[in-house]
Design a protein. Structure first.
Length: 375
């Protein structure tokens, strides 16, 4: 072939055939040949296509519709005679059991075929993923070689949106021009950023773990709640009296307390709020990818095993000046904030001349207590 790529006397076809003769699967041979081309001949605009066939429908894996051959006709006591052989009016035990055997054999064959097809599909899928991995590695190599203005790629030139968001408030996610975006309210105004489906954002700024904190604030700001429940709290009674009240984030008390078992009771309001936080933390802990997202969102290094050791600088729900004042007073981690007495935190805010009331402090410490339950 006059136009076939030839490098050092070896053509693509010769190399591919050599791989096949050596027992390499066609899909693996295609990946290896493409790597050889990239490394030895040079790069060009690449168009990725799969070498491994993966049809949407595999005719050989579609079993024929199952038709049951055995149909039992009920016997009548005192009229029907039990017999082994078949007669014109009765199939007999032997024939009945043989038909059951036939149906079971048919089902067994179909099940065996299904497992065979699953195994084949798994093998094909593995080879497809290997192709994708090879292509991603080539793309990564190409990006690594890219230069900006004749020099290496400088990450520091990228605007630090995280720093800007540290002084703002996460407003939620919405659709804008058919794209999902995140809305942040900052000192510089409203910022719209591409939405990233990350549990970490929800952990720090979203509502997933803030139910207990908001209920804590609600109890502090409504003294009648504690007057009505000075000791034991029965959930159904609590919901009857206060379930429709609105919390600081716009949710109702009933919405947040849905996480608790129906008709449960607690020795105190504090025990009920603690259970809310524990259950919210369990939901997040058991979510796939939660651990990595939590670590990234809270700035936890890999060697830190306890969320309580995370710096409160990541706690965007607490105003920046308040966090700074807490850190100067020795409350620099989530664990220390969770253990702090509300009156102690209020005293720190008063000394630093930061406006904060008992409800704010209850929410901050309650949120920190929930976060420390994450791992």
């Amino acid at each position: 072939m006059a136009n076939e790529i030839n490098y050092d006397g070896v053509t693509v076809r010769e190399l591919y055939d050599a791989f096949i003769k050596g027992g390499v699967l066609p899909s693996d041979a295609s990946v290896m040949v493409s790597s050889w081309i990239y490394e030895n001949v040079g790069s060009a605009k690449r168009v990725f296509s799969y070498a491994e066939p993966f049809p949407a429908v595999e005719p050989g894996c579609a079993p024929a519709p199952f038709v049951r051959t055995f149909a039992h006709a009920d016997w009548i006591d005192g009229e029907d005679v039990v017999q082994a052989g078949q007669t014109p009016g009765e199939l007999g035990f032997n024939e009945r059991f043989h038909r059951i055997e036939h149906d079971l054999d048919h089902l067994g064959t179909d099940l065996a075929k299904a497992f065979t097809c699953l195994a084949a599909m798994r093998a094909s899928l593995r080879r497809l993923l290997d192709e994708i991995r090879a292509e991603l590695n080539r793309l990564n190599a190409a990006v690594h070689e890219q230069k900006i203005d004749g020099g290496p790629l400088i990450i520091d030139k990228i605007p630090n949106y995280v720093a800007a968001l540290d002084y703002g408030r996460y407003m939620g996610t919405t659709m804008f021009l058919d794209k999902k975006v995140s809305i942040w309210q900052t000192k510089a105004g409203t910022i719209i950023l591409p939405a990233v489906e990350a549990l970490g954002v929800d952990v720090v700024a979203g509502p997933k773990l803030r139910g207990g904190a908001h209920v804590d604030r609600y109890v502090v700001e409504h003294p009648d709640v504690r007057e009505r429940f000075p000791r034991e709290v029965k959930l159904d009674e609590f919901l009857r009296l206060f379930g429709d009240d609105e919390l600081a984030d716009g949710r109702s008390v009933r919405d947040v307390l849905k996480v608790l078992p129906a008709e449960s009771s607690y020795p105190s309001i504090e025990a009920m709020i603690s259970e809310i936080g524990e259950r919210e933390a369990v939901i997040v802990r058991t979510t796939i990818g939660a651990q990595a997202a939590i670590s990234a969102a809270l700035g936890i290094e890999a060697e830190i095993e306890n969320v309580a050791d995370a710096d409160i600088a990541a706690l965007g729900s607490v105003p920046t000046k308040a966090r700074a004042a807490l850190a100067r007073s020795g409350i620099g981690t989530l664990g220390k904030l969770a253990d702090a007495k509300p009156e102690q935190v209020l005293a720190i805010m008063k000394e630093a001349q930061i406006r904060a009331d008992a409800g704010d402090v209850a929410e901050w410490t309650g949120y920190a207590r929930t976060l420390t339950k994450l791992r």
